[in-house]
Ligand binder design. Structure first.
Ligand code: HEM
Length: 249
């Protein structure tokens, strides 16, 4: 891709003052914590179960629906426009496809999410309204994660759950990104092109750490849900008429 090629030069010129470097540095420790959550450890051990993966997809659906709605609504904002890549990155339709595969055509009535997912979405809506420039921190955390470790996790998940081909795994596939490494370089250079005051930059770094924290809380809540709520109860919840069922755990 032409755009991916162009990014190489900018990637080579990165400095310590670059947002992409700062954000990576400031989230390094919490990235390790995210990797060590029970849910991610299950992935890494090749032991992720269908129940875990299905619940994760439900939460990811809610998160990406909110993130992508807020990105779309703010797509002309100077802090969002440079990193707005809906064709290449949008995950919502892919997750919907996976949910239909696992839950059937009436998946919308069946999805359940823990309270932590609601809190994550609430934060996304809040910054979409009040500080749209901070959407970058959330987009970075999810999309660059999906294009990095997420690629390995997808292959592991396929094996662990004995899925045939790519069915149920659309979430991990980025057909619009031919070379994830080059695309990430382009993304970083776009992040670095956003003009921020010192105060905004500090706020952005804080928001990135918060984005990781919100993800960790979702993973932990999902794991607790699986431990504390019997399968039967999970199924009963799925028949409630609320648009999305929230379990307070
Ligand atoms: C980058 C692994 C979970 C967000 C990466 C990279 C690896 C990795 C190998 C590439 C590092 C590089 O290119 O320098 C993993 C593994 C995980 C995991 C094995 C779980 C078992 C997560 C989670 C998130 C996340 C849960 C966020 C919710 C990111 C981000 C990057 C990244 C944002 C890009 C860092 C940057 O280049 O600035 N991850 N990761 N990762 N990961 Fe993860």
């Amino acid at each position: 891709m032409e755009t991916e090629k162009k990014s190489l030069t900018s990637a080579e010129q990165m400095t310590d003052r670059d947002l992409s470097e700062q954000i990576k540095k400031v989230t390094m420790e919490i990235h390790t914590r995210a990797e060590k959550t029970e849910l991610m450890m299950s992935f890494m051990r090749g032991q992720v179960t269908l129940a875990q993966y299905k619940l994760l997809l439900c939460s990811l659906y809610e998160v990406y629906q909110t993130l992508e709605e807020e990105m779309d609504r703010n797509s002309n904002h100077p802090g969002v426009a440079p990193i707005y890549f809906p064709t290449e990155l949008a995950r919502l339709e892919a997750i919907a496809k996976d949910l239909e595969y696992f839950y059937g055509r009436d998946w919308r009535e069946k999805i359940i999410v823990p309270a932590a997912t609601k809190r994550y979405c609430h934060r996304l809506r809040q910054i979409g309204k009040e500080n749209p420039e901070f959407l970058l921190a959330h987009a970075y955390t999810r999309y660059l994660g999906d294009l990095s470790g997420g690629q390995v996790l997808g292959r592991i998940a396929q094996k662990s759950m004995g899925l045939k081909g790519s069915e149920g795994l659309s979430f991990f596939a980025f057909p619009g990104v031919s070379n994830p490494t080059l695309f990430k370089q382009l993304y970083r250079s776009r992040m670095n092109s956003v003009e921020l005051t010192e105060e905004e930059r500090n706020g952005m770094l804080e928001e990135a750490v918060r984005a990781f924290e919100l993800n960790i809380q979702v993973f932990d809540d999902l794991q607790n849900m699986l431990l504390t709520v019997p399968e039967k109860k999970l199924q009963t919840c799925s028949t409630q008429s609320k648009p999305v069922n929230t379990l307070q755990i």
